[in-house]
Design a protein around this ligand. Structure first.
Ligand code: PGA
Length: 251
């Protein structure tokens, strides 16, 4: 059975000290709890090793928000998948729309990143999603299908099974405008069908597909109640432990 997951994406927020304090708070909230889902935080590179030292990864998974498309070498300023893994992190967000939009990440680049993440035992949380214009002109299903095909369909079934997917409609990210539970369910069911057609029903049924985009404690219960929505990728609301735990407890 596929896992239910709530993952925080801190983006470019918190200093090291603030981040360690926030991670400790979430870790403490989870210490006495038995959530009905896996809980993960994806944090800035600079925070990974310090946060690894203060959390119990049996209860709170740790991930990076990106990694380089090269293993090592003369790529000033980049952080590689082996470097991320060496901090103790075990997840990495890849293909976030902010990376695609502001840093020119194409499917070709993302393919390399996914391969390097998998080769270093990092679980990619791979993001897909349409922009507003594509939602409005009705091409959103095709757009997301192509994002999946272009970046992921060279993977073996075994490697594909290691991925977590996150559907994040770009028009819903950080805008306060959430997709309705029916809009999310339509897309998630479609994504599962796209996976089933390529890798078979078993792989599709076992792939966790998270929803992201202005998910908060108030709307998480309806979204997570949908059969094909396996949890959330949470931006803004992951920066306050109480809000983040409110979403975790929506399961
Ligand atoms: P948001 O971001 O929850 O702030 O909309 C989600 C994301 O970009 O992962």
């Amino acid at each position: 059975m596929r896992k239910k997951i709530v993952a925080g994406n801190w983006k470019m927020n918190t200093t090291l000290q603030e981040g360690v304090a926030l991670a400790k708070e979430v870790n403490e909230a989870l210490a006495g709890a038995t959530p009905k889902c896996d809980v993960i935080i994806a944090v800035p590179f600079t925070h990974l090793a310090s946060i690894n030292a203060v959390i119990d990864q049996n209860k709170l998974g740790l991930g990076a928000e990106n990694c380089a498309d090269h293993k090592s070498g003369a790529y000033t300023g980049e952080v590689s998948a082996p470097m991320v893994a060496s901090t103790g992190a075990t997840y990495v967000i890849l293909g976030h729309s902010e990376r695609r939009q502001y840093y020119g990440e194409t499917s070709e680049i993302l393919k390399e990143k996914v391969n390097l993440a998998l080769a270093n035992n990092l679980t990619p949380i791979f993001c897909i999603g349409e922009v507003l214009e594509e939602r409005e002109n009705g091409s959103y299903l095709e757009v997301v299908k192509k994002q999946i095909e272009d970046a992921l369909f060279d993977l073996s079934a075994d490697d594909f099974s290691k991925l977590i997917l996150a559907y994040e409609p770009v028009w819903a990210i950080g805008t306060g405008k959430t997709a309705t539970d029916d809009q999310a369910e339509e897309m998630h069911a479609f994504i599962r069908e796209v996976i089933a057609n390529k890798y078979g029903k078993d792989v599709a049924e076992n792939t966790s597909i998270l929803y992201g985009g202005s998910c908060k404690p108030s709307n998480a219960p309806q979204l997570f109640a949908k059969p094909n929505v396996d949890g959330g990728l949470i931006g803004g609301a992951s920066l306050k432990a109480a809000d983040f735990m409110g979403i975790v407890n929506a399961f």
